[in-house]
Design a protein around this ligand. Structure first.
Ligand SMILES: C[S@@+](CC[C@H](N)C(=O)[O-])C[C@H]1O[C@@H](n2cnc3c(N)ncnc32)[C@H](O)[C@@H]1O
Length: 288
């Protein structure tokens, strides 16, 4: 039922859904898919994030109870709550770990300054170099599909802004992420560090080949649309692992595909629902 509703929503929402930027953000995308850094204004430097320490529970009286760890609370929690409500109510995302991660992770610190006001709207936003930060419901859906636990080792292909990696890092400390555009890779690594997601390991390179030195992964998430599922990624999936990837032509509707590897290493794939992502670039295995 949840999937059905998701399919209806994605199909029915025109060009502003999935990972398609809205028309005002589409400049340089279809006709100029690979805008060079020189064409794109340099993002302004990330200000020191505001942190508010909050201690849950009643004030200790005489003998303190076992201490509750302080919880970091970022500004704009109300907007995140509304964003999560959309994921819960409209998209039927029920995975508690995902919802908690999205309530916690400060999306506004992963977008360029001039986009911060719109950071909690349910739409993708341009992040420079003709790329986007994905729509929050898509981030939530894809994260939930991975069934993560704090022990999961996860590989992301397409670091982009670093937001999806940060959401993953709210659930597990074992996150690895690869980005093919060097300026984005550099900026995302800096943002992740500054915002406090120091457990995420990032790399600049072509994610088609995965990260063999760190394999196997319990989960792999690809955030750009590929014409096929890269075989190296299937190889690097652990037994019992899950891989989620948009598969289909560039600048058109694609299918979000789930690849499951069972404990014996058998692989099954299923199409979940239509999406629209920016293209997977790089070698695509040609010349390997
Ligand atoms: C939709 S954006 C990613 C959004 C990102 N996950 C976030 O949270 O901001 C897709 C990203 O995939 C990257 N990409 C495309 N092909 C790639 C490849 N072969 N290897 C690694 N990254 C790739 C793009 O440069 C782009 O940054």
């Amino acid at each position: 039922m949840g999937w059905l509703l998701a399919v209806m929503l994605v199909v029915g929402c025109g060009g502003g859904c999935g990972d398609s930027p809205s028309p005002s953000e589409i400049v340089g995308r279809a006709s100029e898919p690979d805008a060079s850094p020189a064409d794109t204004p340099e993002p302004e430097s990330q200000p020191e994030p505001e942190r508010v320490e909050r201690v849950e529970g009643p004030e200790p009286e005489s003998v303190p109870e076992a201490e509750t760890p302080p919880t970091k609370t970022w500004p704009r929690a109300d907007e995140r709550e509304r964003m999560v409500e959309i994921a819960l109510v409209q998209w039927k995302v029920t995975d508690e770990a995902t919802l908690r991660a999205m309530r916690q992770c400060p999306r506004h610190l992963f977008v360029p300054e001039d986009k911060r006001a719109a950071a909690y709207q349910n739409r993708p936003l341009a992040i420079g170099w003709a790329q986007t930060i994905s729509q929050p419901t898509v981030v939530g859906e894809m994260t939930a599909i991975l069934n993560l636990t704090p022990k999961s080792k996860v590989l992301e292909i397409g670091t982009g802004s670093g937001y999806q990696a940060a959401v993953l890092a709210e659930i597990t400390p074992h996150v690895f992420s690869i980005e093919i555009k060097e300026p984005l890779a550099t900026r995302a690594a800096k943002t992740l560090k500054e915002v406090g997601y120091t457990s995420v390991t990032t790399r600049f390179g072509d994610g088609y080949h995965g990260w063999p030195e760190e394999a196997p992964f319990d989960a792999i998430i690809v955030t750009a649309a590929a014409p096929h599922v890269p075989p190296p990624l299937i190889k690097q999936l652990a037994p019992g692992g899950r891989l989620v990837i948009p598969v289909g032509p560039p600048f058109a509707r694609q299918d979000l595909v789930l690849v499951l590897k069972d404990d014996k290493g058998n692989v099954q794939t299923q199409s979940l629902f239509p999406v629209s992502f920016v293209p997977f670039t790089g070698s695509l295995g040609k010349g390997d």
